[in-house]
Design a protein around this ligand. Structure first.
Ligand code: ATP
Length: 219
């Protein structure tokens, strides 16, 4: 298990989320992203105080511990603690700014998001500035077809690229769509299943199931 900051000498790929809890859908997509983008490791970055949704049920420490358990012995993944250790709301633009100050302006940053997240990108703080700091990789997610407002559609269209090599040669600036085979799992469904005492088979890593039970989470 590796927890920490990025290696300065390579392109970085961040996969952000609430991870309340992390599930096999997240792990699979992060591993497939690593292969598709040719970048290891992918940094899973849990938010501290989400700005677009209710407060997570699990505490920041519990979400962090579940993430760490979920990736034990997986060399493709690390946890980045930039947001979760912070008490202020997690605005992605501020996080990217911090990462840029850490790694400099030349390295390529990929910000990976599910298609459901891209659909409401125009509600994010200073969203039009995001590609000044990174490329955005949008992963198609089951049940979440593209649904953009017209300003968001225009913004995406003017930045869209299908050329991964070009993205890698530039530190930031493009939106790239990525088709991966995804598992139809969500943290919301998992929390509901736990409340209803239903089976969690094939939804979560075993260590995370044990952690949830031991800590009486999501009851
Ligand atoms: P919730 O149901 O609580 O909203 P979630 O399952 O969507 O949670 P998040 O932590 O909100 O998980 O998502 C983090 C990122 O992972 C988002 O970009 C989201 O689109 C993506 N994601 C979530 N589940 C999957 C999945 N099964 N396959 C691929 N991407 C996923």
């Amino acid at each position: 298990m590796v927890t920490g900051k990025f290696d300065i000498s390579m392109a970085v790929a961040i996969f952000g989320g609430t991870f309340d809890p992390v599930h096999l859908g997240h792990i699979k997509v992060a591993r497939d992203l690593s292969e598709h983008l040719g970048i290891t490791p992918i940094a899973l970055m849990p938010c501290g105080k989400p700005t677009h949704r209710l407060r997570p049920v699990a505490t920041p420490l519990q979400r962090l511990e579940m993430l760490e358990l979920s990736m034990s012995r997986n060399p493709h993944l690390i946890v980045d603690e930039t947001e979760i250790c912070n008490d202020t709301p997690s605005y992605t633009i501020n996080t990217l700014h911090k990462i840029r100050s850490r790694i400099g302006s030349a390295e390529t940053i990929f910000l990976c998001v599910g298609s459901d997240t891209l659909n409401h990108l125009d509600s994010w703080y200073k969203w039009t500035e995001l590609t000044n700091y990174c490329h955005i990789v949008a992963i198609s997610r089951p049940g979440s077809p593209e649904k953009y407002s017209s300003p968001l559609m225009d913004w995406i269209s003017s930045r869209r690229s299908i050329d991964l090599a070009k993205l890698k040669q530039n530190p930031a600036g493009y939106v790239y769509h990525c088709e991966l085979s995804l598992l139809d799992i969500s943290s919301t469904k998992i929390r509901q299943k736990i409340k209803q005492n239903k089976s969690l088979q094939n939804l979560l890593p075993k260590q995370v199931v044990d952690y949830i039970h031991i800590n009486h989470l999501y009851r």
